[in-house]
Design a binder for this molecule. Sequence first.
Ligand code: NAD
Ligand code: SAH
Length: 413
Amino acid sequence: MDRALAEAGERRIGWAARAMPVLTALGERFAAERPLEGWRIAACLHVTAETAVLMGALRAGGAEIALAASNPLSTQDDVAQALGDYGIAVHARAGADRDAYYRHIHQALDIAPDLVLDDGCDLVNILHTERTELLGGVRGGCEETTTGIIRLRQMAAEEALRFPVVAVNDTRTKRMFDNRYGTGQSTLDGIMRATNTLLAGKTVVVAGFGYCGRGVAERARGLGARVVVTEIDPVKALDASLQGYDVRPMAAAAQAGDVFVTVTGNRDVIRGEHLAVMKDGAILANAGHFDVEIDVRALDDLAQAVHRGVRASTDEYVLADGRRLLLLAEGRLVNLTAAEGHPAAVMDMSFSAQALAVAWLVREHELLAPGVYDVPEEVDAEVARLKLAAAGIEVDELTADQERYLRSWRAGS
Ligand code: NAD
Ligand code: SAH
């Protein structure tokens, strides 16, 4: 045990907890009610201070937990060390290679879970392909992110999914704040920490105008960048255009951009033909899904030389004509590698929804067939109510007349 590292982790977790009043209150409620007594949880989440606060709440509720990282580069080693003090088995370290990343997920699964928490569907995938002997014991799961839910719905459609999973990402209190404001701020934070580039006056190309892309575009514009958006969905493209963004295909955007951010959940969004026409010094960052959005292999093929670590989280690829392209975080999530992920105040909502979803699954799992379930609407409302109360913000309530008016059709206008 590295005591100094663990103490640094504890300080970091304490700092995060200050901005997570809702999750802290839920942890206190769990400590009193112990709803998770006897439940074993295998979690595959980014090993950050914010995740540690969630782990603390679930542990307070009585759960036994094994945690693996959901990304090989996002682990905060000091937090991983400190989590041991909470009695949580952590299988993660920053900079794990591919083999170690998957081995850690297997090690977390060795707990023989009753419940699983996933972020990107890797753990659920391994359960259904390589660890099928454990499937019979799993009573439910939660999925944290957009792409994971797309995968799970596909599994459910093919009747491959073997237990109920709650789509935490799809709650309003997660997606509207975490994906948008969290990704918006932390992605730009990561780009700035990695490169110290001035964004004012630069052209920032945002690929994908979903919840995350909207957040990144808004924040880049706020810093004085010209923002170009690429999309494949005509409605989203129109929305971006009417919000004043310059909408183009990637083939055209590639030549104009100083900074590129992919947030699509899709693969090969920036390919060889795009890399071939980019400006000298262009910065490439991904804040979407794993390391598949930027075709790093094509970048390797084009490069005559690669200078790794020209700055932390920054590799320089030198092309045949001398142009240099800067790849951040090896094409993995820039916000969780070059920065610290979303601010705790945002994760407070995502992880409170996650904690309440776990409690709901524990209560309801016997009634649920395998499939993907939305978080009950009352969970969303409870998280928002608690968050408002913690911020000291009051809102109006419907009067009895208004409630009646909204329910009736006989009254006319
Ligand atoms: P979303 O579905 O709301 O948005 C994705 C957008 O990308 C859609 O509008 C889609 O039309 C567009 N798109 C798909 N393929 C494209 C292509 N080839 N070119 C251009 N646009 C394309 O999803 P979201 O909630 O914004 O999440 C996006 C990704 O980010 C997912 O993989 C999600 O798991 C991940 N995510 C990352 C973080 C983070 O912390 N970095 C946070 C939340 C979600
Ligand atoms: N595991 C995949 C997909 C992750 S998507 C990958 O690494 O590519 C990113 C998810 O990370 C989001 O849904 C968000 O809720 C979560 N996240 C962002 N900041 C975080 C933080 N500070 N701590 C823990 N999770 C965080």
